[in-house]
Design a protein. Structure first.
Length: 121
């Protein structure tokens, strides 16, 4: 029997499926401290136990996105807040190449933000 996160990805249609599976592998390979957990009905990614992001598909466009848990703390013109109070998203076009440098920069910011907030406690 598949884990919920595996089932979620298996049920997606191409090209979104391949796009998000690549992002999943990329996130998990970025740092050994990044882990995946199924929370709130979606795959979340944690850095040293703190939620940093999740992968999902926007209903209105059908585009995949990376949801940024503490998005309000990141000043980035490419991040969209929509109707959220805390989270922002990085909407991605599955018909275009995956913007690896862009995503890597964002992940570095999320990790830095997590480390900074942990050291302030």
């Amino acid at each position: 029997m598949l884990k919920p996160a595996d089932q979620y990805f298996a049920n997606l249609q191409e090209p979104v499926k391949g796009y998000l599976l690549f992002l999943r592998d990329y996130l998990l390979g970025k740092d050994t401290a990044i882990t995946e957990a199924w929370k709130y009905g979606m795959p979340f990614y944690y850095y040293k136990g703190k939620r940093i992001c999740y992968l999902w598909v926007q209903k209105k466009s059908g585009y995949p996105y990376i949801g940024i848990v503490d998005g309000k703390l990141i000043n980035d013109q490419d991040l969209i807040i929509e109707d959220r109070k805390k989270m922002k998203i990085l909407l991605l076009d599955p018909e275009k190449d995956i913007p690896i440098q862009r995503i890597n920069k964002l992940l570095d910011s999320l990790i830095r933000l997590t480390v900074d907030s942990s050291s302030q406690k």
